[in-house]
Write a protein that binds this ligand. Structure first.
Ligand code: PBG
Length: 335
């Protein structure tokens, strides 16, 4: 008697390795651990404030004192690093984002408090100007142009101010040309040789950033779009070329942003450079999962875990995700 399937497969059956929980555990290729997580957080001025962000259920803007408490919990769970984003008071925002250079601005205040009270967690800070500008752009606006070189000069200065405050990794997200080299030079000249640079190497002009702009209060401010400096979502090869420049200029780590729609870029970046690659699962990706889960349309926990594992499979060394603490709690229960 010939079995049709055996004839076709030649007795090769993929399902043997899937037959039981123990075989599946044995052959599992990728794992998500707490060491893969970077937690992005939103900071607001004041004390004892935790203000929910409507389009990001489960995420709140926190005053520095409450952020310190939250960071302690994250550190206790084993989350390696936190990435801070400030919601700057409107009266401090101006055309050039000058508050980004103030040693005592909100982002630097948060860094000092975190380094003082939760020294075991890494602090990653962004130097893009968008939280500080009255027009919501990441750079200096002259007429209708985001001027590159002047912006680079300013973000390099802001990087030194952030490093002075104790930032461990400077993470420039504004996509100006030449910024990585300029920031490296400025940090070194100021004696910050040990401060690293995680470049938002491939940041796409994406519609997935909507809830973030609500969170830092730039949504209503932004004039036009960011297409003259972020990468066209249609372009993969251009993204790799852009990242190559950042590598040459001295980036220590690379980021891909947004995450899930750009897994091909994660894979290509890891293959091309071998540097640590991080994906940013951005606000809109988070909001999609939460919204569908709240409607009972998907199992939110399982989708959360599946998306994060997908980043690992694509070659990422870690993920910036608003789920970080939720995931860390779940992993610690399992572990
Ligand atoms: C801009 C910046 C953005 C995000 C972080 N920093 C994008 C933007 O508003 O253009 C998005 C993060 C997210 O959506 O979670 N420098």
């Amino acid at each position: 008697m010939t079995n049709v399937v055996d004839q076709i497969t030649g007795h090769r059956r993929m399902r043997r390795n899937r037959k039981a929980d123990w075989t599946r555990r044995l052959v599992q290729e990728n794992r998500l651990t707490v060491d893969d997580l970077i937690w992005p957080v939103f900071v607001i001025p004041g004390t004892n404030i935790v203000e929910p962000i409507p389009s990001m259920p489960g995420v709140s803007r926190m005053s520095v004192d409450r952020l310190v408490e939250a960071a302690k919990e994250a550190a206790d769970l084993g989350v390696p690093a936190i990435a801070t984003f400030p919601n700057i008071e409107m009266h401090l925002r101006d055309e050039t984002g000058s508050n980004s250079l103030a040693a005592d601005n909100l982002i630097n205040e948060a860094t000092r408090a975190l380094k003082k009270h939760v020294p075991q967690i890494g602090v990653i800070t962004d130097v893009a100007l968008d939280p500080f500008t009255s027009h919501g752009h990441d750079g200096i606006l002259r007429g209708d142009e985001i001027v590159n070189d002047e912006t680079v000069e300013q973000v390099a200065k802001a990087a030194v101010v952030q490093a002075d405050a104790g930032s461990d990794i400077i993470s420039p997200s504004e996509m100006m040309d030449g910024r990585i080299g300029a920031i490296r030079q400025a940090l070194d000249a100021a004696g910050h040789q040990n401060v690293g640079i995680m470049s938002y190497a491939t940041k796409f002009a994406s519609a997935f950033y909507g809830p973030y702009r609500e969170a830092i209060g730039t949504g209503g401010l932004l004039k036009g779009d960011k297409k003259t400096y972020y990468i066209d979502p249609a372009n993969g090869t251009e993204a790799i070329r852009d990242a190559a420049l950042d590598v040459e200029e001295g980036a220590d780590m690379l980021m891909v942003k947004p995450g899930l729609p750009y897994l091909d870029i994660c894979f290509r970046m890891k293959e091309a450079f071998g540097l640590p690659v991080f994906a940013y699962q951005v606000s809109g990706e988070y909001a999609q999962i939460k919204a569908a889960a709240m409607n009972g349309w998907i199992d939110g926990d399982r989708v959360m875990m599946e998306t994060l594992l997908a980043f690992k499979r694509a070659g990422c060394d870690g993920i910036l995700t608003y789920f970080a603490v939720e995931v860390a709690r779940q992993l610690s229960k399992k572990g």
